[in-house]
Design a protein around this ligand. Structure first.
Ligand code: GAR
Length: 187
């Protein structure tokens, strides 16, 4: 059995997808042992609904130090599922190769500090890009710079708004995230 810790900051629809695809077997032989949020959010309630241990560690300078103390010893993978704090270099190094993130754009474009959620989609629309999508990648000290595991694309239509792009990209995320998690856990 592979043990997963999930970090969230928001509504947690990707977290829900992780629960659902573990149940369906698309992510085989895995269990979410812990969900950690860096702010009050519905993701914590989703964990509660699944009877999964969940804790709030308020975002701030010592977040990663406190987080490290909570990570169960036998954790195989730490999954950032709509998580908005920056993970420290020390934490990245301690769990090297064991942290992955989902980002709502086609990295290496539209990544880095400040590029999250709606800001990403606004930047894509302003730049006139014809394509966007989602990327699952390993987390390294350089923000959004780690090795890419999987990407999925969508077309940006002339009448798309940041909100419509977010919706289209969420659907891609629900497809590639479980596949990427299963792929990493199978290694
Ligand atoms: C997702 O679109 C994810 O790619 C994005 O936050 C959303 C969370 O949705 N992550 C980032 O922007 C990280 N830089 P959810 O809470 O419904 O899963």
């Amino acid at each position: 059995m592979k043990n997963i810790v999930v970090l969230v900051s928001g509504g947690g629809t990707n977290l829900q997808r992780i629960f659902d695809t573990i149940d369906s077997g698309e992510i085989p032989n895995a269990k979410v042992k812990l969900v950690v949020a860096d702010r009050p959010c519905f993701g914590l309630q989703r964990a509660e609904n699944e009877n999964v241990k969940n804790i709030l560690i308020p975002r701030g300078k010592n977040f990663c130090e406190l987080l490290e103390k909570e990570i169960p010893e036998n954790t195989d993978l730490i999954v950032l599922a709509g998580f908005l704090s920056i993970i420290t270099k020390d934490f990245c190094e301690k769990f090297r190769g064991k942290i992955i993130n989902i980002h709502p754009a086609l990295l290496p474009k539209f990544g880095g500090k400040g590029m999250w959620g709606i800001h990403v989609h606004n930047a894509v629309i302003e730049s006139g890009e014809k394509k966007s999508g989602a990327t699952v990648h390993f987390v390294t000290p350089g923000v959004d710079e780690g090795e890419i595991i999987l990407q999925g694309e969508i077309e940006v239509d002339a009448n798309d708004t940041a909100e419509s792009l977010a919706n289209k990209i969420h659907i891609v995320e629900y497809d590639i995230f479980p596949k990427a998690i299963a792929k990493v856990l199978s290694k």
